[in-house]
Design a protein around this ligand. Structure first.
Ligand code: AKG
Length: 264
């Protein structure tokens, strides 16, 4: 099973419309892959907060339309990264879409952990409240977005829902790149699952992006890692590898659920 992670250069000079068309062409060029992954908030830029309200789209807005068609044209499973969704009730969400190779919507995930400590995304957006996984013929994909990577309990929830791979679009800043790589490997090792973490390149909203999209196998080995610039990272995954790893080294069977809090 071949996956392509499209590490897009997201900068403030390119308009949302032209970036959308450019990214759609890049998706269409991945016909040899089974799964294509895009980063977080690539249409607007994850850090370009001032544009969020103006650029917000309904669920089935321009990003949905263009990406559904690109998935169908390429005949791939497409994790279309995320975009700023305006819910009909008013709130904004950081919303990821997954399309089947027929261009049908297969999953919608609204980012649960918003970044910003009461500012930026955390102030402007509402939190999603639902764990989402999607079964493809090869792997069961558990969905998470950027800052979610710091919350292992979310990944345990996805594991319990059957996930064998985690797909994590991000707009991770360069200054915390060390955490990105470490956390991606940790989530893979502790859950014995593939991690496909796709970030952005470039600088937007004044924040230099880490790039360095990464694919980690269920044993924690880095299968592929991008550099800092725009890049298509192509990697071969083995369906069945997570299950085989879990059988050979059955640490997940030793989980102790519901441990009591320490007595004071
Ligand atoms: O956790 C971090 O260091 C970065 C998170 C982030 O950039 C985001 O969620 O948008």
């Amino acid at each position: 099973m071949r996956a392509s992670l499209l590490q897009i250069d997201v900068n403030d000079d390119e308009s949302v419309n032209s970036r959308r068309e450019r990214v759609a062409s890049l998706v269409r060029a991945q016909q040899d892959s089974d799964l294509v992954v895009l980063p977080e908030l690539w249409p607007t830029g994850a850090w370009a907060y001032e544009g969020f309200a103006e650029e917000a789209e309904p669920l089935e807005g321009p990003t949905y339309e263009v990406m559904a068609k690109a998935a169908r044209d390429a005949g791939v499973w497409l994790h279309a990264g995320s975009f700023v969704e305006r819910d009909p009730e008013g709130p904004l969400f950081n919303t990821s879409l997954v399309f089947s190779p027929e261009g049908e919507l297969a999953a919608v995930y609204r980012k649960i952990h918003r970044f910003g400590f009461d500012e930026g995304e955390a102030a402007l957006m509402a939190a999603g409240g639902e764990l989402v996984s999607v079964r493809t013929p090869g792997l069961c994909l558990g969905l998470a977005t950027c800052y979610d990577l710091r919350f292992p309990e979310l990944f345990r929830g996805l594991l319990d829902a059957g996930a064998t791979a985690f797909v994590i679009p991000a707009g991770w800043p360069a200054k915390r790149r060390g955490h990105w790589t470490l956390l991606a490997r940790a989530r893979a090792v502790e859950n014995q699952a593939y991690v496909l973490a796709c970030g952005t390149a470039g600088t937007h909203g004044g924040v230099e992006q880490a790039g360095h999209s990464i694919v980690v196998d269920p044993w924690g080995e880095v299968l592929a890692e991008a550099g800092p610039g725009e890049e298509v990272l192509v990697v071969e995954l083995e369906p069945g590898r997570p299950e085989a790893t879990r059988e050979q080294f059955p640490a997940l069977k030793d989980r102790l659920l519901g441990l009591a809090a320490p007595r004071r």
